[in-house]
Structures are given as C-alpha cells and as structure tokens.
Design a protein around this ligand. Sequence first.
Ligand SMILES: Nc1nc2c(c(=O)[nH]1)N=C([C@H](O)[C@H](O)COP(=O)(O)OP(=O)(O)OP(=O)(O)O)CN2
Ligand SMILES: [Zn+2]
Length: 153
Amino acid sequence: MNTEFNRILKEKHTVFVTRKVHFSAAHRLFNPEFSDAENELIYDRCNNIYGHGHNYELEVTLKGPVDKATGYVFDLKKLDKILSEEILSKVDHKHLNFDVEMLKDMIPSAEVLSIVFWNAIQNRLSELGYTQVALYEVKLFESERNFVRYRGD
Ligand SMILES: Nc1nc2c(c(=O)[nH]1)N=C([C@H](O)[C@H](O)COP(=O)(O)OP(=O)(O)OP(=O)(O)O)CN2
Ligand SMILES: [Zn+2]
C-alpha cells in the first residue's frame, strides 16, 4: 500500500459520514389541549384542518474512526437501508398525524420528528451491534429555509 495511506491508518481519526434521504408527507400542527383560537394564533396556516405537505430532506450523520481494513467509518449503503426501513417506509407519502405509529398523539413539528427519528435510528444501530460508530446528528429540512438539528442532548 501507499506509504501515506499506511501513515494515515496508523493515526487515530474521527470522521463524520452523512447520508441524505428525502420523503414527502402531510401534517397539521395543532395541540388538542388548546382551543381552536389558540391553535389558530400559534400555528396560523400550519393549523389548516386537512393539513398541508412538505418535501422533507433528512440528513443523518454518524461519527467514528476509519476502519483500517475497509477505509470506511460506516458503509453508507447500510445506513441508507436503516433509514429506508426505520423512517422512510413509515413516513413517505403519509399523513404524519394519522398514519404513523411512532408519531401517534404527537405534534409533528420538525423538532419532534428529529427526536423520534433519532430514537428509531439509535435503537436500530444498538440492535445491530454497531458499537464502533456513534449517531452524531439528525438534520431535518422541512422546507428549503426551515430546518432543525438534533444531537441527542
Ligand atoms: N419551530 C418550528 N416552527 C415551525 C415549524 C416547525 O416544525 N418548527 N413548522 C412550521 C410549518 O410546518 C409550516 O408548514 C412551515 O411553513 P413556512 O414557515 O411557511 O415555511 P416555508 O419555508 O415553506 O415558506 P415561506 O413562505 O418561505 O416562509 C412553521 N413553523
Ligand atoms: Zn408544515
């Protein structure tokens, strides 16, 4: 192997790897404990009774050392499979207030989605025994201009 490559592999690095996926879903922002007037005041047009849609973009970042044999922190194809099974199969083309068990009785704001998605991904990584990497960040774009980041705190 190249001597520079050998030198790099001897050092300890932490690298962040990200997979970006997208899904489309409808939601309505409202809190059943608020009056209609309060919901209208707080959520405005996002409180529209039949909901409205977003083309969400989800970026999930893992961090860890570079494996000396593969040159990978984590195979992004495997991360894509986890995201497809744990998130996309459940939320894509769904109404988040009605169709999604993991969001049942929650307010489907971007903040709440980011935490629920984090928990689902973290559980799957633990079940699969991937201890060499850590989930670092879930970044969810609700629109081009609105996005949230959650880092597990
Ligand atoms: N803190 C949060 N604020 C808002 C959230 C949220 O999840 N967390 N969500 C919304 C609504 O979902 C709403 O649909 C977003 O629409 P809007 O602000 O209109 O966003 P756009 O970028 O699509 O449109 P602009 O016309 O460019 O503003 C609201 N707030
Ligand atoms: Zn919305």
